[in-house]
Write a protein that binds this ligand. Structure first.
Ligand code: BEZ
Length: 717
């Protein structure tokens, strides 16, 4: 609610009295003063950051068209980053409602955050226009009079696809989605029509949201005998899944299909040709030939540097359109909430997706069409070309009027036990699969080694927990990206990007860290933590928020057969490169004078300084070297994983786990720890996906309990 000043209170009170006598005509005369505050709870970091950006841009396009003024009141957007974490999303919602007193709330992207926000929104009678999160329950048993949804329910793009895939693509299908509510909702809706249409589920997997390495799941898909895959992934998950699917050579033999988010224009440029041929269902594609869409695409591209709008931008556009139209209808009066709800419910207009209207029962948008689209190269670009469509797709929710019985437990609704059980058994029994998974684990472990070795060196020598190490990894990936774009030479990037990152590391050590060595460790932790944000913003301002990916060198772009296991040749290169690096580092540390100085420094820095060695210079060198190794791992990981501004935070946890398991400062520990974690995580994902992360933590806890200093660390003082 807007802030109540003495003036506005008197104005509203007298208006109410007169309004009772003179009807709606007076309402128009008594519009409130001050800006209309729109609160946005969206992800501006993490896996779905690109979605948050597109939604915001779609809204800005509409508000800019209105000169940021509606019914004489300024529009003010208050943006909050929910960081993709439900507790953060809920806290930001409370702040927007209780402190900022927003008039209307919009967002979020993540279904779990929406579920968490729901009660606060409902009890405070705040109007929430959901601009992405599809949690089905919000149109069903958890609906609220105050909540509208302009985007979709998770059911909508998927339910029509079940029958379509069974009829037109294949009957034997493997399904996969991230392990959270939206993943379960979306695959549940697919199954609803797929199984009755004669389809058979040959396997089902739920990797964690924000997964960076799908190798264990892709190996399972190959072994499952599936003729097609149906999946829901979005944001950086979609980039990684589609690229790795292609790198593993699955695209040719197992048709990839899914919910539209998989190949939206926010991720298509990073997926590139890997996405060609993928079939998805969605309510939008920028190729729709209605006049509103044509104008939308043109204006959006003009305003946002040629960026192609995606479904998320359309959702933002429609959200702002609903807001503007409703505000005009009540002449800017945001205090009469029931009246606002009434006018929003009646919203109807031409949207880029077609005729927009809400289902009054559920307050959820009725999709004019769900388009079945195929990714093709058209007019010089890669885009989603509609090949079929299903009209008027309405969520089956009965809304607030007639709540459905509580849903069945998820394991009954989404995971027919016989399918999962039989698949699991096969994985345990299949030696070929064990070999392929071990290879996956080796590639992942070597990547972890490259990532963690710089961290462990810095930790061991300088006693600094460098939380910015993930940022060096990110800077390496982005610097590599620009170098490859500029020179077309991957190998040059592999040489120059780490040098540049090492230079940045040296500057940080000399200017910021050195004064803190004699201070408590927390000061250094806080300083390096601050650098995470600094570098994230730097990357956003130089490269923008879009997801990028580094193409592998041409000679390693395909896949090869290794003892019967089809494996991406680039991953084989990573294994060879990582192991060669390990040998070189061992020789450097164990066999050279420099290595002896570093080892002495790790053991006792003061004593080493006392021997006449310029220990400050050694410290700077080690920090720069560690940073360069972080940068190197960013370039190496680039062709496997995608690059996005918060990628540094995502990899920090596994890197820290390796350092703890292997032992602080130990090169050998870093290698053995990485290989161990790589195997444990890969087999965990393949055989016990729900517990794969737990396995890593249990392993770490067990090792630390037996050897608190880690496998090869020095005994703790
Ligand atoms: C969700 O969490 O509801 C969601 C996220 C990304 C795309 C689609 C749905």
């Amino acid at each position: 609610m807007a802030q109540v000043t003495r003036r506005s209170f008197l104005g509203t009170a007298s208006l109410a009295a007169a309004g009772a006598a003179m009807g709606p005509w007076v309402l128009r005369a008594g519009a409130q003063a001050g800006p209309i505050k729109i609160g946005l709870v969206l992800p501006y970091s993490g896996v779905y950051a690109v979605l948050g950006e597109s939604i915001t841009q779609g809204m800005e396009l509409v508000f800019a068209r209105e000169n940021w003024t509606v019914a004489g009141r300024k529009i003010e957007m208050i943006k909050e980053d929910d960081e993709m974490q439900p507790p953060v999303g809920i806290r930001k919602t409370e702040k927007l409602i209780d402190s900022d007193k927003v008039d209307i709330l919009t967002g979020p992207v993540h279904s779990g955050i929406l579920m968490g926000m729901r009660d606060k929104v409902h009890s405070s009678k705040t109007i929430l226009i959901v601009s992405n999160a599809g949690a089905d329950a919000i149109s069903r048993e958890r609906c609220s009079k105050w909540i509208f949804r302009t985007s979709f329910s998770n059911w909508q793009p998927n339910q029509p696809m079940g029958e379509w895939v069974a009829k037109h693509v294949a009957k034997d299908v493997f399904i996969a989605a991230p392990n959270y509510q939206a993943g379960k909702d979306q695959l549940g809706a697919f199954k609803e029509t797929f199984v009755p249409a004669g389809g058979k589920l040959v396997g089902e997997d739920y990797p964690k949201l924000g997964e960076t390495d799908y190798a264990p799941y892709l190996t399972k898909i190959r072994q499952s005998g599936a003729k097609a895959v149906y999946c829901f992934f979005s944001g950086s998950d979609a980039v990684n899944f589609v690229k790795q699917y292609d790198q593993f050579g699955l695209k040719q033999s197992i048709k990839l299909t899914g919910a539209g988010f998989l190949t939206e224009p926010d991720v298509l440029p990073a997926q590139g040709k890997s996405a060609l041929g993928v079939i998805t269902g969605h309510f939008y594609t920028p190729l729709l030939d209605n006049p509103t869409n044509q104008r939308f695409v043109k204006e959006f591209q003009a305003k946002f540097g040629g960026k192609m709008p995606d479904g998320f931008a359309c959702q933002g556009y429609d959200t702002a359109e609903v807001i503007v139209r409703a505000l005009k209808a009540v002449n800017g009066n945001t205090q009469d909430k029931p009246k606002l709800v009434e006018v929003i419910e009646k919203s109807e207009f031409d949207s880029p997706r077609g005729r927009f209207r809400f289902d009054p029962k559920t307050h959820n948008v009725i999709q004019p069409f769900i388009y079945i689209r195929e990714v093709r190269e058209v007019a010089g670009g890669i885009n989603n070309v509609p090949i079929d469509k299903v009209a008027n797709v309405t969520d089956p929710g009965t809304g607030c009027t007639l709540p459905r019985p509580p849903p069945l437990p998820l394991w009954i609704m989404h995971s027919p036990p016989q399918v999962v059980a039989s698949c699991r058994f096969e994985w345990f029994a299949m030696p070929g699969d064990v070999f392929a998974q071990a290879l996956n684990g080796l590639a992942y472990g070597v990547l972890l080694f490259l990532l963690s070795v710089g961290l462990t060196l810095i930790f061991g020598m300088l006693d600094v927990v460098n939380l910015a190490h993930g940022s060096f990894y990110m800077l390496g990936a982005y610097a590599g990206l620009s170098l490859i774009a500029g020179t077309g030479n991957f190998w040059l990037a592999l040489l120059v990007a780490p040098l540049a990152v090492g230079g940045i590391g040296a500057m940080i050590e000399r200017s910021c860290l050195r004064p803190l060595y004699r201070r408590p460790p927390l000061d250094q932790v806080l300083l390096t933590f601050g650098f995470i944000y600094l570098f994230e913003d730097l990357v956003k301002s130089i490269w923008g928020g879009r997801i990028r990916s580094i193409p592998p060198p041409d000679m390693f772009s395909g896949s090869v057969s290794v003892l019967g296991a089809i494996f991406p040749s680039y991953r084989l290169f990573v294994i060879a490169f990582g192991l060669a690096m390990a040998v070189l580092l061992f020789l450097l540390i164990e066999r050279t004078r420099l290595g002896a100085i570093i080892r002495a420094g790790v053991f006792d820095a003061e004593m080493t300084g006392g021997l006449g060695i310029n220990i400050h210079r050694v410290f700077t060198g080690v920090f720069a070297f560690g940073a360069a190794l972080g940068g190197l791992s960013g370039v190496i990981a680039g062709p496997i994983q995608s690059a996005y501004p918060s990628m540094g935070v995502t990899i920090l946890i596994p890197a820290l786990i390796v350092v703890v398991v292997g032992g602080l400062g130990s090169l050998k520990g870093s290698l053995i720890g990485s290989l161990l974690i790589g195997q444990a995580e890969t087999f965990g994902k393949a055989w016990l996906p729900e517990a794969s992360m737990l396995i890593i933590y249990v392993l770490m806890a067990a090792i630390v309990l037996v050897r608190p200093q880690g496998l090869f660390g020095r005994p703790l003082k």
